[in-house]
Write a protein that binds this ligand. Structure first.
Ligand code: FAD
Length: 453
């Protein structure tokens, strides 16, 4: 096929769009990658409201390996985090490992990762980047798109075999998929928002133990911190909106932190704490589920545009990257001469898994802010780790399957369901056994007593 007839438009040069462009180029497509914002490689800032660093794990790494950039990230830019470090109110800290010894997730800067993928995309002659292009309308069947640019209200680009929407949680492409009919869509906000704070480096050193994801679980709310390359920590406070709204003065902010996060005050600094909490707007968190992801062989949604999730499993980007590797596998298996087959199969195989991780991410918020403090949670973790150590293939704990494997997300859930059942039945059997032993003991005592009388 002539390159001109093999053009694909990708909308959104975020992490997933950039990775998708690189993957498409591997399959010989000519890719136009359109992005609303200016080229972030020319700016020192990252736009407000996006997390500064992200936890990268197995699924994301798999795709980065496929694109040939994983080694550079791991060797030069990723900070391994082997365990959660729990901060109690009294200042005591305690590590809870993520997986088996040596298993870790990585803290990676969003800006660095995106720049690397954009440079990688640009290295391919097949990919052209178009910044400052805001999508207004996608017409799948005509293969055309309408954009506004800084100097023109409406620019039409046409001649595309397919249009792929990687334009994030509030996807414009998705709105046009919706117009095509028979499309299910659900968007849910949670009652909690978040604000990012910073623990700066001190004397060019980290102020807390590195190689951990620090968590201050406080039941109804929590704070977490991930290490950055410059030895600072990005701290995120997740809390119900009404709690944020109650922090109206410097005194209230300090009182709140002294009560719930006293050890963090000297690390963040009073001034910075007050400044951030009085000036920065609280960001909201939403989940999106939809189906199908494709419009014949002419349109497809990937990443947050297809399945946005709350950030508590650290899977949003990883799952979006996994979309890219799954599409890559489908192109390899089914070919690219007819795009309908791989796109349709993508919708079929991905729906259940994307919905599963959206739900798991919501569940993990409860676990992170609440359960990590409970005795039952810790016992369960120990039990899971021991069984996993003894039977690594047979007993894979939920967190391990989601984070350190590429097991389908829906299977991670069903796997956990049978493990829960086994555990419940075992506890019941142990309970029955204990009851039996007690009854036998009581009966024998009664017999002795009767004989004595
Ligand atoms: P985005 O990153 O949102 O990119 C979409 C792009 O499309 C943007 O560049 C945008 O400018 C562009 N765009 C939008 N509209 C248009 C338009 N009309 N025309 C042209 N371009 C447009 N995930 C993890 O895996 N690990 C983590 O640790 C993690 N932590 C997180 C912490 C927080 C606080 C949050 C909010 C999210 C976190 N995530 C994490 C999720 C992760 O950020 C997202 O899943 C990921 O950014 C999705 O990438 P994307 O490319 O699909 O969308």
């Amino acid at each position: 096929m002539d390159q001109q007839d093999n053009k694909i438009a990708v909308v959104g040069a975020g992490l997933v769009g950039a990775a998708c462009a690189c993957m498409l180029s591997r399959h010989g497509f000519a890719v136009d990658l359109f992005e609303l914002r200016s080229d972030l490689r020319l700016s020192s800032k990252l736009s407000v409201g996006r997390s500064i660093n992200l936890a990268l794990s197995a699924r994301g790494l798999h795709t980065l390996r496929l694109l040939g950039v994983a080694d550079e990230i791991l060797e030069r830019h990723a900070i391994p985090m082997y365990a959660r470090m729990i901060h109690n109110v009294d200042g005591r800290t305690e590590p809870i490992p993520y997986g088996a010894s040596g298993q870790c997730i990585y803290s990676v800067g969003r800006k660095y990762l995106l720049e690397l993928l954009l440079f990688r995309a640009e290295r391919d002659d097949n990919v052209r980047l178009h910044f400052d292009h805001k999508l207004l309308r996608a017409r799948f069947h005509q293969g055309s798109l309408e954009f506004s640019t800084p100097d023109r209200d409406a620019v039409t680009k046409s001649g595309y075999r397919a249009i792929i929407g990687c334009d994030g949680v509030f996807s414009r492409v998705r709105q046009d998929v919706m117009r095509c009919g028979r499309f299910d869509f659900e968007q849910k906000y949670i009652d909690h928002g978040y604000i990012e704070l910073c623990i700066p480096a001190k004397d060019n050193e980290f102020q807390m133990a590195v190689n951990f994801l620090h968590i201050w679980p406080r039941g109804e709310f929590m704070m977490i911190a991930l290490p950055n390359q410059d030895k600072s920590y990005t701290v995120t406070l997740f809390m119900p909106f009404e709690k944020f709204e109650a922090l109206t003065t410097a005194e209230k902010i300090l009182k709140f932190f002294e009560t719930h996060f006293p050890d963090s005050i000297p690390l963040i600094g009073r001034e910075s704490l007050i400044q951030t909490l009085t000036t920065v707007e609280v960001s909201s968190l939403a989940s999106v589920k939809c189906s199908p992801y494709h419009v014949g062989g002419r349109g497809l949604l990937l990443g947050d545009a297809a399945h946005a999730m709350v950030p508590f499993y650290g899977q949003g980007m990883n799952c979006g990257f996994e979309d890219v590797s799954i599409l890559d596998e489908l192109f390899t298996a089914l070919g690219t001469s007819d795009l309908e087959k791989p796109f349709e199969t993508f919708s079929e195989v991905r729906r259940e898994d994307a919905h599963a991780i959206v739900e798991l991410a919501l569940y993990n918020y409860i676990e992170m802010r609440h359960l990590v403090n409970s005795v039952w949670f810790r016992l369960r973790k120990k039990f899971d780790s021991s069984l996993h150590w003894m039977f690594p293939k047979f007993w894979v704990p939920l967190y391990t399957s989601v984070t350190f494997s590429r097991m389908k997300y829906s299977e991670c859930i069903s796997n956990r369901a049978w493990q829960d059942k086994v555990l419940r039945n075992s506890l019941r059997s142990i309970g029955l056994l204990a009851l039996g032993v007690s009854l036998a003991y009581a009966a024998s005592r009664m017999r002795i007593n009767v004989r004595l009388h």
